[in-house]
Each structure stands twice: as C-alpha cells, then as structure tokens.
Design a protein around this ligand. Structure first.
Ligand code: ATP
Ligand code: MG
Length: 413
C-alpha cells in the first residue's frame, strides 16, 4: 500500500473529548474514527488489525472443535421472556425498537437464547452432542459509561462460542480446553505475560466463572493476585467467599491490581436448556436437558489492550501477529526509484508493506512511522545507499543497522 493513497492521515492531536489512551493513539495514527461516544469506525489500517485478531481467534476456536456460524442481531421478545431476560428491569443494556408491522424487537447484547432455540432443530440424541458453534458478530449494549475507547463501546463485535454437551465430563473437558485456547490467543497477540485466568462470579450452577484479566492501569476491573499459588480473584467475588476454605489463602496474601477483562468463560449448566426446552435422549433413552456453556472474547477490547500495554511515548508498538503491515518502507530524498523497486519486490514476495512515498519532510515520516507502529522500518535514503544499502530498525529497538537487500529478505523469510 502506498501511503500517498491511504485515505487516512496521521493527526497531530487526538480529539479533546477522548480520554482513553488506546483510542487517542488509534485515532491519531489513522486506525479508527470516533463517530460518537461508544461507536467507532475501523478505517483501512484498523480493519487490517481487527481482521488479524479475529483470524487468530478463529484458528484457536476451530482447533478445539468450534464451528463458525452467524446469527442475526434482531431478537424476538417471547424467547427472552422465557428466560426472564427481556425486561429492562432485569437487563439494563437492551437497545429495543418497534417494528412498523407491529410488535417489538431487541438488538442482541448476547446470543444464548437465539442459539439455544436454534439448536432445538438439530439436537435430539446424545449422538448429536457435543457441539460448539461460535460467531464473531455485532452486539449492541446500552452501556452507561463509554469512556474506555474501543474497550467499551455500545456496538462491538464479540466472539461468542456456546457449548452443548451431554455429560458434565464432556462439558468440563471442553471448558478446560477453551481456557487453554484463550491463553493461546492472548499469547499470540503478545499479552499472555500480563493476563490471568481469574475466579469470577458464577451463576445458578457453578460457584465461579472464569475471566481473563490483563493487568493495566487503564483497566476498569480490580483483581487480587497471588503469584506463588497462581490464584487470581476478581474483587466482585472476594467478599462472598471464604478465602481460606476455597483457596487456602488470606486477603493479606493477595496483591490488588487494576485490570481489563479481555475474555470470559461461563458454565451455564441447564439454565437455558431447561427454560427453552432443549433436551436430548441419553444412552438409556431418558430425556435430559443439554448442558451448556458460553465463552466470550471482545476482539476490539483485545486490540485496545494491546495498544495500551505495548505502546511507548512515540506511539503504537504492534506485535508481528496483528500489525497492519510487516514492513514500513520509507523513501527519503529526491529520487524514489530504488524505493519503488524495493516496494515492488516486497509485494512480489507477499510481504505486507506500507510504503511511505509521500512528499513530506523526513522528520514527519519517522514520527508517523513510530506512531503507526509497524514492526520493521526500512529506510532508503542517499545516506543509506552510500553506506551500502537499507537502514533497518525494529519498532521495539533503538538502533538501526545497514543491511543489503538480500539480508533484508533473509530477515523477512
Ligand atoms: P464487562 O464486565 O467489562 O462489561 P461483560 O461481563 O459484560 O464485560 P461479556 O458479556 O461476558 O462481558 O462479554 C464477553 C467479552 O466481550 C468481554 O470479556 C469483553 O472482552 C467483551 N466486551 C464486553 N462488553 C464490551 C463492550 N461494551 N465493548 C467492547 N467489548 C466488550
Ligand atoms: Mg458488561
């Protein structure tokens, strides 16, 4: 991509009403546009990143038996009345609308009801189980506060997976493999070392659910950690449990930290299958409700977390795995012919490259490059040519080095 053609431009200032670091940087660097509080556009650069995040999530969900589908946002009230989740008194995040043809619809803030109802058509026997459908799909939530940039919006894509199992063993086994798959996702986007599987409030069927909490000052959550024992507990459950009895620790053994909930996994038991009548016949021909779980990740929240954690004073620092491009090629000087030729060779080798061919000062090109945060910067200038080639610098490193074209391609191989 030639930067002169990229329709977004870097900005000197971020909007004055934008408090969150993730959104400030992403707006300034041209990844996102704030349409209104809690609703952002993903511009070409931002879309490339979020697509890569989604692809990593897809690969990990597919690796544990997930099957992708896509459900509508529009929801009919009667389904949600059966689970007591239609009323605004019970659920405070609904967006709803009236149909011209009469009646009401809601915009899905989650999909347990929709998927459970759908599965009734396909599950009748234990032979039909287990099944692990998932989607990456828009959720609408009338969040009270939307001040964390892309980490808490009123319209966002969520990866939501639902598990349908015949036995508790089947469920527990999937629950654990999903927890492992989540950690692989967080590892691939470069935040595993700061992300903790955390005990969170459960539901009707289990004492705890698990959240994946990433330590960050920008976080809206608070967790208590004991590194030695590998135990992390959300503040919300701290007061309700006997720490000594459950975990063999006391509050003094725990360190308080701010964190971001990047994902969660939840055992639902038979709450939804009983309310919506999703059952199967087991090996003894007796009828039983299906055992369910739900598993969410917010890709944009994940992207915002990566920006928040890995950026420095000059801008964003993407890990290779989700960077919009691998190489930022910068041409300096009057004559772009060598840079043009390298750009074409990189494209031929399928290296994703953003090429700064703009007619602007070198200082601005370097500053923009740091702000945009592509992992490898390659400069061709009269100076680099005189020194024998290309000047290469990693975004994470201070010093550049001169390499030949061949050495560059070896590095990228
Ligand atoms: P929170 O406590 O932060 O509101 P939640 O408990 O409502 O999160 P879930 O309903 O379980 O979250 O959603 C699953 C995942 O979706 C979350 O772990 C988070 O990564 C993401 N998510 C939730 N709400 C939002 C939002 N408003 N904007 C962006 N991502 C979100
Ligand atoms: Mg919420």
């Amino acid at each position: 991509m030639r930067q002169s053609d990229l329709f977004t431009k870097t900005l000197k200032e971020s909007p004055s009403d934008e408090q969150a670091l993730n959104a400030q940087l992403l707006i300034r660097a041209g990844y996102i546009y704030k349409n209104m509080a809690g609703a952002y556009s993903f511009l070409p650069l931002g879309l490339r990143v979020i697509n890569k995040v989604n692809q990593i999530i897809r690969e990990e969900m597919d690796s544990i038996g997930g099957q992708e589908l896509h459900m509508p946002s529009l929801q009919k009230p009667d389904l949600w009345q059966k689970t007591d989740r239609w009323s605004d008194n019970n659920v405070d995040v609904w967006f709803k609308s009236n149909l011209k043809a009469g009646g009401e619809v809601g915009f899905a803030w989650t999909h347990e009801e929709a998927i459970t109802d759908l599965m009734k058509q396909y599950i009748s026997s234990y032979k039909d189980l287990p099944f692990f459908p998932y989607q990456i799909q828009t959720k609408f939530r009338n969040e009270m506060r939307a001040k964390s940039g892309i980490m808490r919006t009123r319209e966002f894509d969520m990866k939501d997976l639902y598990s349908f199992c015949a036995t508790q063993e089947q469920h527990d086994s999937f629950y654990n493999s999903c927890a492992e798959a989540y950690m692989r996702v967080f590892s691939r986007v470069g935040i595993a070392d700061k992300t903790y599987k955390t005990f969170a409030s459960g539901g009707a069927f289990t004492q705890f659910s698990h959240e994946f909490q990433t330590l960050a000052e920008a976080g809206e959550d608070i967790v208590y950690i004991n590194e030695e024992k590998g135990i992390t507990i959300n503040e919300e459950v701290l007061n309700d449990v006997d720490l000594q009895k459950e975990f063999g620790i006391s509050k003094e053994d725990l360190t308080k930290k701010k964190s971001i909930e990047v994902g969660n996994i939840f055992s639902l038991g038979t709450k939804f299958s009983e309310a919506l009548n999703l059952s199967f016949t087991d090996t003894e021909s007796s009828k039983k409700p299906v055992i369910m779980g739900s598993y969410g990740i917010g890709p944009a929240r994940l992207m915002g977390t990566v920006v928040d954690l890995l950026s420095d004073e000059s801008g964003i620092v993407w890990p290779e795995s989700i960077a919009p491009y691998r190489v930022h090629l910068i041409a300096i000087g009057e004559d772009n012919s060598q840079a043009n030729s390298l750009y074409n060779k990189l494209k031929e080798q399928d290296v994703e490259v953003l090429y700064d061919d703009r007619d602007v000062r070198p200082g601005q090109k370097f500053a923009d490059s740091d702000l945009i945060g592509i992992p490898t910067r390659v400069v061709i200038s009269p100076k680099s040519i005189e020194a024998g080639g290309l000047e290469v610098k990693k975004r994470t490193e201070k010093d550049a080095k001169i390499v030949t074209e061949q050495e560059l391609f070896d590095m990228l191989a």
